[in-house]
Design a protein around this ligand. Sequence first.
Ligand code: MN
Length: 450
Amino acid sequence: MTRRTGLLLLAAAALILPAPAPRADGARPAGDPSYSGQPLADFAARRAALRKAAGDGMVLLIGSPAGEEGKYRPDSNLYYLTGVSAPSAALVIVPPDDPLNANAALYLPQTGGSATRFGEAYLSPGPDAVAATGIDPVHRLWDMWDEIEPSIRKAPRIYIQGPVGEAARYTASARTIDRIRAINPGAEVLDVGRLVNAMRLKKSPAELDALRAAGAATIEGMEGAARSIRPDAVELAVEGEILAGFRRKGAAREGFPCIVGSGPNATILHHTSSDRTMAAGELVVVDIGAEVRCFSGDVTRTFPVNGKFTPRQRQVYDLVLAVQKAVSEAVVPGKTTLGDLNTLARRLFRESPLRAKGDDGTVRTMDAFFAHSISHWLGMEVHDVGSMGATLEPGMVLTIEPGLYVPGEGIGIRIEDDYVVTERGAEKLTPGLPSDAASIEKLMRSKRTR
Ligand SMILES: [Mn+2]
């Protein structure tokens, strides 16, 4: 190929290939766990909204350092406001007329050099970081306290990553509070969650994309569980198949420890996988969530160990599924609350003709065996932040997860999917995974296809 045709091909490729999506951590390729997939304008808009909400107060968020254990996960609020996944990043937002002479500043550790021999090179202070984050300036973490001291001295209120007050004792935020007090003893130190939690309730289109990707990886894991559950399988081995599915779909982490609960463990709500061997006739509750670009899925399916529900298991299963469907159809944007959904689920369980015996041997209606709430917010945290009393609005993401637990019969059944509230109602974010009993049995018969 001549140089000329090569250049022409390059020019043609530039026309055909889509422009790279904006990303917060500019030096790193897409597909990397640090890639946020969110437009820089979204982060800028959140910082502007927070700055407005803080009034004459100041925001100081100091990210956690990289630990020895496990993969680094940036702090959610810092990530929400910057998209930066480097450890020990810090964000400062100041009010108008502040001595810092900028709306916001980002502080990063100086990396590179020999540090890259031991770990990954993260975004470093300098012009590249300004371009990658849209925050100006980006300075060295080393200089932060000197630079922000005049701002702290002037601020009547300072919002930090909680906890604050008594609860801050022995936590990382205690050090930040001490340092602030040494500079300005009169400043009121508050949890930034007071301002940010409500903002995080409504997800942006890019955040919904991340949640859908997390849902897809979670489904891949669930299919691995379906193929590996059989008599004599061990819960932890099933977990291994789940994690393989997560990783294949790009999830480097789990949003929470995998719950694989067989037999009596199915009736324990948060039983993390153990070395228990499962047996024919038992049920297995699998409650899992892959994390993609800092957003978590949260999906539960219940499987019969030998691949077929007994008539009684099926009866209870069908009731749980019917309640999930009815509750998801009851979502009316601008009107419904999580409390309304809870009330509806309890009523439907109570009105069912099914009965079971409680621990004391008395026959009870099924609402007696619904041992938890129907729903929670979902986002960067699996139990995401935001008031549980909020009215459902478009963009909010919730789980719907009815469950019935009858220890006397060895029955524990939970079905959970993730939903986004739209203008019309609730739309499943995890539509690719069937939940009716026949489909579950069929999924268990499916051969390994990879
Ligand atoms: Mn859940």
